[in-house]
Every structure is written in C-alpha cells, then in structure tokens.
Design a protein around this ligand. Structure first.
Ligand SMILES: [Zn+2]
Length: 171
C-alpha cells in the first residue's frame, strides 16, 4: 500500500487508531465461563475447575465478557475482541449481571447491538496474545460521544419509559 496513513498495526505493538466507530456487535455470544477462583476458562462440559476443586470444595464459576465487535476506522473495518475490563465500559455491569438481565429481558440481546452501533470510541488495540491471526484485543476504550451511557443504563431507561412505572418498581 502506498499510503502510510493509519498504517496497519505492527504485529507486536499496541495500536491506537484516531477513532473507531462500531459497525456491528456479535450478539450471539457475550461471555464465557471461568473458574471463580483462578479464572481459568471452563468448557461447557465442566461443572467446576479441575485444578481448584482439588483444594477447594465447589470452587464455582462466573462469567467474563468476550464480545466480538466490528469497528470501522480511517481506512478499514476490522473485528476486535472486548474482554472483561473493556467490555464493562460499554455494558455498564458485570457479565454475570448482564446474563441475569438477558434472562429477564431476552430482547435486550439484539437491542444491545443496536444501541452500540455507530458509537464512536477511542481504543488501544493489542495483538492477540497467541500471536496468530486472531482478532486484535481491546486494551482500553474510551467513548468519544458526550453523554455516553453504558448499554445497561440505556436499556433500563428504555424499559422504564416504555413499560411505565410498574416495571421500574418491580425490576
Ligand atoms: Zn480454578
């Protein structure tokens, strides 16, 4: 490529494009399950962590975010992955809380994608830890729009506005 503007990220260095705008959010899967003690990833078939269960009875599990998001920047669209810390900035709650929210309001899954679409973000992107062709990881994110509200805040407001005060009181 002749232009060096917004050049491709170096394979091993963080990259901070001037801005990114959200093109699409993969709303099929927001999170994955980990051991609540050591945070190792659990398989769907795992009831508990094989390592911690030797020392701790019922180590338990929790969810952490892993959200794939297509973002557009100066000259390209790319898919990046939001892990827990970065995802909380956009979502406004923990992954476990979001799972409970989805349980109570399944339509929030699609709505979350719609609410985030077009959001302008300043992000620092890190190469995949495994060093292969996987998606860039979001190391940090700051919304650029004045008055940005996380997804859960906006959904709660929508729900309160749309369904009247009775839902707000019980929810
Ligand atoms: Zn563990």
């Amino acid at each position: 490529m002749a232009s060096s503007y917004a050049a491709a990220p170096a394979a091993d260095k963080p990259w901070t494009p001037p801005y990114c705008s959200v093109v699409a959010v993969d709303t099929c899967s927001f999170f994955y399950r980990v051991c609540s003690v050591c945070e190792r990833t659990l398989l769907d078939s795992d009831t508990e962590c094989r390592f911690c269960s030797r020392r701790t009875p019922n180590p338990g599990s929790k969810r952490l975010y892993r959200i794939l998001v297509s973002v557009g920047t100066v000259d390209r669209v790319l898919v990046v992955v939001f892990f827990d810390r970065a995802a909380r900035v956009l979502m406004g709650c923990s992954a476990d809380e979001w799972a409970a929210f989805l349980g109570a309001q399944p339509s929030a899954r699609e709505l979350a994608g719609e609410l985030l679409r077009g959001e302008m973000l300043r992000m620092t992107l890190n190469p995949s830890r495994r060093g292969n062709a996987e998606h860039l990881r979001v190391a940090s994110v700051a919304p650029l729009r004045a008055g940005f509200r996380p997804v859960v805040d906006r959904l709660r407001r929508l729900r309160a506005a749309g369904a009247g005060t009775s839902v707000e009181q019980t929810g």
